[in-house]
Design a protein around this ligand. Structure first.
Ligand code: FAD
Length: 412
């Protein structure tokens, strides 16, 4: 690829300034490619998926192909933190709990073994002992404690990658909605990207990282949908009783955690708001990302309330959440990502990354590395990309087959 010739010409244009687009722009800029990062709203806005106070980084996955990606991502998180000079990732352990017979949790154990992830399995009494009575599980449940986890501060992290991209020469433009991407007319290849501000930019390659808006843009570009559905979900903050505040904090050694079963419930220790613990439920309602309700589903409120009551031994006030925040997921039917060329007349010139299904944030740096490799070399090593190709939906509309499918995208 060539270096920039005119003001509106770039080697790479990245559409979407969330974590994926920002990490990709950082990677391509750092490798010397002229890069433009565009977002439809203000940079660091709160209407997509990558904003807010905390995201979990955990190595434990039931699918065997994710842990190695987390391990690479962790290294890249460290490198970026060293480069910028501040922290966005706060290490702790991960605790996964659930019925000993739960198929997903059993798959987590197998995937830890096959990926050489350090972990311990605890019975219900050992779980209580490990956390001094702060976590309570029934007799037929187990806990899986693993290292290499942590809490990431998402808005700060996106800001970090955008700053690093800028320092490496990238151009960042916000409040520009991309309304079309078409193949350049001349025989040099590449694409013309049009925004709602009546600007056009020329990119030799283009990356679409549009989160919940992916299909809105793709419909214009290729005239059809891909299996990614926007889902509005909610995060809930609960008040830890004063005398136990330290026990549930990251400084006190409390882990990031997940409760397996239906629904899957996850959370982070107190960090961003002292004395509050964050809990989310892996679910919500399908919405148009431009017509959100900003309100939680009442039935989920009761599910979490009961979970807080039962799992924290009465040490966290379960009467009502202190704060409730809405956020967007982009769900695929198998909850695996989409990282692929859109093909057709664009060949390998346009890549789409999306469908991160509520578990993409931790992977931002590795996704950025992989997408930059696809942009520059047309291929990427170190990640099993077959799981993320669009063609999987041609073979089976539900995508990749999973042995623990009861817990995957149950509403799709
Ligand atoms: C409540 C919640 C909790 C989560 N917890 C975790 C967790 O603990 N661990 C974890 O790993 N992951 C977690 N995730 C998932 C993770 O946050 C997402 O997978 C990730 O942020 C997706 O990033 P993205 O860049 O694909 O999307 P986004 O952050 O939504 O970025 C897409 C960007 O594209 C822009 N855009 C869209 N269309 C256009 C257009 N036409 N023109 C210009 N710009 C456009 C949007 O404005 C947006 O800024 C969670 C998500 C939520 C909502």
């Amino acid at each position: 690829m060539s270096s920039k010739k005119r003001e509106n010409e770039f080697d790479v244009i990245v559409v979407g300034g969330g974590i994926m687009g920002s990490c990709t722009a950082y990677q391509t800029a750092k490798r010397g490619y002229t890069t433009l990062l565009l977002d439809q709203f203000d940079m660091l806005h709160y209407r997509g998926s990558s904003h807010g106070e905390s995201r979990t980084l955990r190595v434990t996955y039931p699918e065997s192909y994710y842990p190695c990606m987390v391990v690479e991502s962790s290294k890249l998180w460290d490198e970026a933190q060293s480069e910028i000079g501040y922290k966005v990732l706060y290490p702790t352990n991960q605790l996964d709990i659930g019925q000993a017979s739960d198929r997903s949790l059993q798959a987590v154990i197998r995937s830890c073994q096959s990926n050489s992830i350090e972990f311990r399995v605890l019975d219900h009494a050992q779980v209580a002992k490990e956390y001094g009575g702060g976590v309570v599980v029934p007799e037929d449940w187990i806990g899986v404690v693993s290292k290499g986890a942590g809490v990431i501060k998402p808005t700060k992290a996106v800001c970090m990658f955008q700053t690093l991209a800028f320092h490496n020469g990238a151009t960042l433009k916000d409040n520009r909605k991309v309304i079309d991407i078409r193949k350049a007319d001349d025989d040099t290849g590449g694409c013309v990207v049009a925004t709602d501000k009546r600007e056009t930019f020329y990119g030799r390659k283009c990356v679409i990282s549009a989160g919940a808006w992916t299909n809105k843009l793709l419909k214009k570009v290729i005239g059809r949908d891909i299996p990614i559905k926007p889902l509005e979900t909610t995060l809930w903050y609960w008040k830890v009783k004063e005398e136990y505040e330290k026990d549930y904090s990251i400084d006190g050694g409390f882990p990031t955690f997940a409760g397996y079963g239906c629904p899957y419930i996850y959370g982070t220790p107190s960090l961003e708001y002292p004395g509050l613990i964050k809990i989310g439920v892996h679910g919500g309602k399908f919405v148009d990302p431009d017509k959100r309700t900003w309100t939680p589903e009442p039935e989920l409120a009761d599910v979490i309330k009961n979970w807080v009551r039962d799992r924290f031994g009465g040490r966290v006030d379960h009467d009502r959440p202190i704060s409730v925040q809405s956020c967007m997921y982009s769900m695929t039917p198998d909850e695996d990502y989409v990282i692929d060329f859109i093909g057709g007349e664009f060949g390998k010139d346009v890549i789409v990354t999306g469908g991160f299904s509520g578990h993409g944030f931790k992977m931002g740096p590795v996704i950025g590395r992989v997408v930059a490799d696809l942009v520059i070399h047309g291929q990427a090593k170190g990640v099993q990309l077959d799981y993320f190709k669009l063609a999987r939906f041609d073979k089976n509309p539900k995508g990749n087959i999973k042995e623990f499918s009861e817990q995957v995208a149950s509403k799709l």
